[in-house]
Ligand binder design. Structure first.
Ligand code: NDP
Length: 485
């Protein structure tokens, strides 16, 4: 019997499901059991062509609609996503392995927030009038054209919506390629947009590995590329986009610092560290994986952290009591286990976890290392799994310098009751998305994105509009034209 997660076909182009079994088969594996639940086929060159030509043709008419009309479509799509939240969350759990306890509140709901927010903004995207005596200049905020979205595997619904919603609000069309690991959810986003009234061809989904992404990025019809992925992929995609002078948004990896001063509320700080390391089994780009704890509270912090981490419920992700799921793939599990071994070898002190969980599926125990030093591999490289490194510090000046000593700059957090210090420290940290006495909140109203190697551009908020539109400036002369000859 066909598994309920199996989509009708692999791709969604021009308002309908499209199949081409000549492409490489991509098995979809449910991470909680290792069982194959669906198959999709990578896009062949013919599918890529169909998606790009359709999206190119659909864009002009979509951009001619009023912002109010475009916004209405997005807001209807948001309503449909909310109505179907349960089914979409189950699918997200099949796609990623993340527990339903999370997917019910963080995926389709976050996607719906983006559709609603950018739907609301669509009608207000205007230019300015600049008076110059009798003459004037007016500006128009115009669409970029055909945009490509490429997603990572940790938030397949959210990433499709965080890219698709602002792109469509501005009058662009999009071809979206999900990660080959999690190909299912973006298809549902495309289906819902059509049901909400989006013209066929405005939002298309094609499956495939890096080559399909590469074919999309290098096509001369494409005006913008928005990637969520790792820094090495980001460098390749950015370079390929530069060749065609295309706009880019790069949402890449991180190794973010979470700084806990000794006047912090310990339970809140432990909660922040748990949210910033163990949500989605640690597969979150903005995670605060370098937890700097001021020496005075170190042992108390570690004791409370170990106690609360012991309360994590590993189990069937479809059981809403489960609070900690498997890694997305066997490969990712092995990468993370490799880092855990490195942590042990390099002399970090294991506080809890430290091994694969004794159950089916790709589960790793939530792991905390203490006495981690700046040069250890686990403190320098993005692990993308449930491995928290706790480092000690003495002074504010020292911790800020150490926190910034990394190529990454996605996020940063600080826990303290001294607000002057909190703002001063955040002001000195090189990061794009920061938190005071909290960690990893990502409301659509707030800009999200990194500095340094963690990325270029911002998603969400009004900032995203700037990255999916461009300004045309028009000089209007009221009198005669003077010329030298
Ligand atoms: P990858 O960088 O491996 O892949 C990202 C996407 O790019 C995938 O769809 C991938 O396809 C595609 N891709 C790979 N090579 C190319 C290429 N040459 N041209 C075009 N597309 C290509 O990232 P992961 O999927 O492993 O995701 C984990 C990473 O994503 C982590 O580093 C994480 O920090 C980052 N991330 C960043 C976020 C942010 O907002 N800043 C949010 C979430 C994750 P395929 O995988 O199918 O081969």
């Amino acid at each position: 019997m066909t598994h309920p997660a199996q989509p009708k076909a692999s791709h969604f182009i021009n308002g309908e499901y499209v199949e081409d079994t000549a492409g490489t088969p991509i098995p979809v594996i449910y991470a909680a059991t290792g069982e194959q639940i669906a198959t999709v086929y990578a896009a062949t060159p013919a599918i890529v062509e169909q998606a790009l030509s359709t999206a190119k043709a659909a864009q002009k008419e979509w951009a001619k609609m009023t912002g109010t009309e475009r916004g209405r479509v997005l807001r209807r799509a948001a309503d449909i996503m909310r109505e179907r939240n349960h089914d979409l969350s189950v699918l997200e759990t099949y796609d990623t392995g993340k527990p339903l306890q999370e997917t019910l509140v963080a995926d389709a709901t976050s996607g719906a927030d983006a559709l609603e927010y950018f739907g609301g903004l669509a009608a207000s995207l205007t230019g300015e009038h600049i008076p110059l005596g009798e003459d004037w200049v007016y500006t128009k905020r115009e669409a970029l054209g055909l945009c490509v979205g490429i997603g990572a595997w940790n938030y397949p619904t959210q990433i499709a919506c965080w890219k698709g919603a602002p792109a469509l609000a501005c009058g662009n069309s999009m071809v979206f390629k999900p990660s080959e690991t999690t190909p299912l959810c973006a298809l549902k986003v495309a289906e819902i947009l059509i049901e909400a009234g989006a013209p066929a061809g405005v939002f298309n989904v094609v499956q495939g590995m890096g080559e399909v992404g590469g074919a999309l990025v290098t096509d001369p019809r494409v005006d913008k590329v928005s990637l969520t992925g790792s820094v090495p992929t980001g460098k390749k995609v950015y370079a390929a986009a530069a060749e065609g002078m295309k706009h880019v948004t790069m949402e890449l990896g991180g190794k973010s610092p979470l700084i806990i001063f000794d006047d912090a509320d310990i339970d809140n700080a432990v909660g922040g560290a748990i949210n910033g390391n163990f949500y989605s089994s640690g597969q979150v780009c903005s995670n605060g994986t370098r937890v700097f704890v001021q020496k005075g509270i170190k042992e108390k912090f570690l004791a409370r952290l170990a106690e609360r981490t012991g309360n994590a419920i590993l189990g069937d992700p479809m059981d809403e009591a489960t609070s900690f799921g498997p890694m997305v793939t066997e490969n990712q599990m092995n990468i993370v286990l490799g880092y855990i071994e490195k942590g042990k070898e390099e002399g970090a002190r294991l506080i809890c976890g430290g091994a694969r969980a004794n159950m089916d599926g790709y589960y790793i125990q939530p792991t905390v290392f203490a006495d981690v030093t700046d040069e250890m591999t686990i403190a320098r490289e993005e692990i993308f799994g449930p491995v928290m490194s706790v480092l000690d510090f003495d002074t504010e000046e020292e911790v800020v310098a150490r926190a910034n000593d990394t190529e990454f700059g996605l996020s940063a957090g600080v826990f303290t009751k001294n607000f002057t210090r909190a703002h001063r420290v955040i002001g000195n940290l090189e990061a794009g998305s920061c938190f005071i006495n909290s960690y990893n909140d990502a409301p659509v109203e707030a800009p999200f994105g990194g500095v340094k190697a963690s990325g270029v551009g911002r998603e969400n908020s009004k900032e995203a509009i700037k990255h999916f539109s461009q300004v045309k400036s028009v000089y209007v002369r009221m009198g005669d034209v003077e010329a030298a000859f």
